[in-house]
Design a binder for this molecule. Structure first.
Ligand code: FEO
Length: 399
């Protein structure tokens, strides 16, 4: 039988490890995923969140290693998305008297739509629930990541059960940040933010402020619903959210994302990278065929310069580039400090690169130079000109 993992005395992790998951609605999860649920043994036996339905057996086994699941009195459902709520009906069926709490009104509405009326109790920011020695306080964090999201603070253990906020898609046999490959955990926290939370930057910033308002001694742990529990690096992940993820600050760094048919757009991409390198701006060249959009977005998060290239195919940009741009725009990267460059080659008409230019403008980027578009195969003279124009763009931004 699979076992629970003790988080603190009478607090246990009872979630599931999805080692082989490689996608979460289109975002690549090269390290897998965990669905974290937490069990608190107090006068009222309380479960915080559940797990994806396909992990019903694992979830129930871990609970059963600590207590008979029929003894669960309270289920706090911080988020309706099915990776966390999938086993709400399971809990209701094994513990028919369980009282289920969710945010009001969106959490209650969402759970009802997904699972029918299982007798949910709606809570709002500042509402509390005494479960014995512990008092749980609920704070709604709408749009981090759905309208219903909330977090739950346990004052006795000084644990914030943060659900999607501060999560990482990182499967492992360990449960805490200081037991894991820390650089990889931080990389996955960044990728998670860039691909899941980024559209809701202001709401995420407010959620961090709410956490800070608890006071400096109020947090021993942040226990998210994905990845490892923060206990030795609580301040580090809060600072990463404050200073990098939600700040909207961009740094001198370039992402050059493109696809190429016969190598001409690839030549222009390399000339752009050359220009950035000569100005001392770190540049990441990412062929969209070889780099998943979710990995490009991880680099994109704080990049001041974003260059996107496509040749013309049937009067359009390449579908791979259109796919990336659609994904990027959905993540709402509007930022007045971000500089865009469109480029590409063409045979008949420069419609591919021009369409890219229109998309970057629509995404709200500064576009200081017209599109770099070249008919057929770029000459060295043209590539040198592209390189010099990129240098001039950087110099003008610094002036
Ligand atoms: Fe991990 Fe929005 O669900």
């Amino acid at each position: 039988m699979l076992s629970a993992v003790q988080v603190k005395p009478d607090v246990y992790w009872v979630g599931a490890v999805d080692w082989n998951a490689r996608s979460f609605h289109g975002y690549t999860t090269e390290d897998g995923i965990t669905y974290n649920a937490y069990l608190i043994l107090d006068e009222k036996v309380t479960l915080i969140d559940t797990a994806k339905i396909t992990f019903k057996d694992e979830f129930l086994q871990r609970i059963s290693s600590v207590i008979d699941p029929s003894k669960i009195d309270v289920l706090v459902c911080n988020h309706v998305e099915m990776d966390h709520s999938g086993n709400v009906p399971t809990v209701k069926s094994v513990a028919p008297n369980v009282q289920i709490y969710a945010s009001a009104p969106q959490g209650v509405k969402g759970l009802t739509a997904h699972y029918g009326d299982l007798g949910y109790k709606g809570v709002k920011t500042g509402d509390t629930l005494n479960i014995g020695k512990r008092t749980l306080t609920f704070v709604q964090t709408p749009m981090v990541h759905w309208p219903d999201n909330m977090v739950t603070y346990d004052d006795y253990d000084k644990i914030l059960f943060s659900n999607d906020a501060f999560g990482q898609h990182y499967a492992s046999s360990v449960r805490f940040d200081d037991e894991a490959d820390y650089p990889e955990v931080m990389k996955q926290a960044r990728k998670y933010y860039a691909n899941i939370v980024q559209p809701y930057r202001m709401q995420a910033a407010n959620a961090v402020k709410a956490v800070r308002s608890l006071g400096p001694d109020a947090l021993d742990m942040i226990a998210p619903a994905h990845g490892v529990i923060w206990r030795s690096h609580v301040e580090d992940i809060l600072k990463a959210y404050e200073d990098v993820f939600t700040s909207g600050k961009v740094i001198e760094k370039a992402v050059v994302a493109y696809d190429s048919m016969w190598g001409s757009t690839d030549k222009i991409a390399h000339a752009i990278v050359d220009g950035f390198q000569l100005e001392g701006v770190p540049a990441h060249l990412m062929d969209i065929k070889e780099n998943h959009p979710s990995n490009i977005m991880e680099e994109f998060l704080d990049a001041k310069y974003v260059a996107v290239g496509s040749p013309t195919l049937n009067s359009q940009m390449l579908p791979t580039v259109a796919d990336f741009l659609t994904y990027m725009k959905g993540l709402s990267p509007k930022n007045a400090n971000r500089v865009g460059i469109a480029f590409g080659s063409y045979g008949w008409a420069p419609l591919g690169p021009k369409n890219v230019e229109a998309e970057l403008k629509a995404a709200g980027f500064q576009m200081p130079e017209p599109v770099f578009a070249f008919n057929w195969i770029p000459t060295q003279e043209y590539l040198d000109g592209v390189r010099d124009k990129v240098r001039a763009i950087v110099q003008a931004q610094r002036a």
